[in-house]
Design a protein around this ligand. Structure first.
Ligand SMILES: [Zn+2]
Length: 336
């Protein structure tokens, strides 16, 4: 068989196989077999050197024409195959993919709600460092070294004797060093304690701290502000109860309970059948704190309060496990 006949036969065979190809893979196999570097057409071209110049010209031209034609066929087959594949995957009856719209994290939403209420009463927002010195976190707030009150706020220590703040109250001291009364400040932020993580406790949690210092501030002012806040946040019609308590930086100190809004005070699992829910701690700022920041306790007085963010959020939205706030499961977070 002459080389020209071989080319004709090869061309026919290749075209038939391209037509029969049912996938991109099988088209590629044909390309490799006929046009590849070790393919059949290349093998024919290698024999050109044994031919006379005239024959070389004729066979060479036929081989090139065959190559161009087959390449064209392969391109067409590849295109139609990709097209068929796309068409079979496309189902116009399926719903489209919605872009996922992000939203504010539930904890930040609750912080915003709390701050908003106090902003309405004229408080300003302040923030401070998460890594604090012992002085700002404890000493200036009237926790003497080795005082047992420090055990209530065990924390994580970092290099240089500094620590992760156990409350947002240090910002109170930082602000009082910076400005003179009258001050009305609210401090939202993350705090840290060396706690065993459970459904009710986490080693990192959020707090909102607030304080007001002016001439002639009394416990009645504190009570008024907290009653206004609780009614705004949890709803009208609830009762408040002040229980004596202890914090090193306030004197007198109190814990504030609200009547359980889930059972309206009748008693349920959430309020442990007491009818009351513990919400925040507060008190009149200890004169030692004022002294430590260079203000005259005989001239000024003030109140301070601090509340967790997770607990009121859990109560308000009936969330049973504090860990769900920080697991970053969008199925949970998307609900709020
Ligand atoms: Zn209850």
């Amino acid at each position: 068989m002459s080389l020209l006949d071989e080319i004709t036969q090869l061309r026919q065979e290749a075209i038939e196989r391209i037509k029969k190809s049912d996938s991109l893979d099988s088209i590629n196999e044909v390309r490799v077999k006929f046009l590849g570097r070790k393919g059949l057409l290349t093998a024919i071209l290698k024999q050109l050197k044994d031919l006379s110049p005239d024959e070389k010209k004729e066979v060479g031209a036929a081989a090139n024409k065959c190559r161009t034609e087959l390449e064209q066929e392969i391109i067409l087959a590849t295109e139609s195959h990709s097209g068929v594949k796309e068409a079979s995957d496309f189902d116009p009856t399926l719903p489209g993919t919605d872009p996922q719209i992000g939203k504010v994290h539930i904890i930040n939403q609750v912080i915003e709600q709390i701050c908003d209420t106090f902003r309405g009463m004229g408080f300003e927002i302040a923030r401070g460092p998460h890594i604090e010195t012992d002085y700002y976190n404890f000493e200036s707030l009237n926790f003497p070294p080795d005082h047992p009150a420090r055990d209530m706020q065990d924390t994580f220590f970092v290099e240089g004797g500094r620590l992760l703040r156990t409350h947002t109250t240090p910002v109170q001291v930082r602000e009082l060093e910076r400005t003179d009364p009258p001050v009305k400040i609210i401090v939202p932020g993350c705090c840290y304690r060396n706690e065993a993580i459970s459904t009710r406790h986490h080693a990192a949690f959020y707090q909102v701290d607030g304080f007001l210092i002016d001439v002639g501030v009394t416990l009645a002012d504190l009570k008024g502000a907290l009653v206004a806040f609780c009614k705004n946040f949890f709803g009208e019609g609830l009762k408040l109860r002040f229980r004596p308590s202890f914090f090193p930086f306030t004197e007198p100190s109190a814990e504030v309970d609200i009547s359980c809004f889930l059972c309206t005070g009748k008693g349920c699992q959430v309020c442990k059948y007491s009818g009351w829910l513990e919400i925040l701690g507060c008190g009149m700022i200890d004169p030692n704190v004022l002294k430590a920041t260079g203000h005259d306790p005989d001239k000024y007085s003030g109140y301070a309060f601090g509340m967790g963010v997770e607990r009121p959020a859990m109560l308000k939205y009936k969330i049973t496990d504090i860990r769900t706030f920080f697991n970053n499961d969008v199925r949970f977070l998307r609900q709020f």
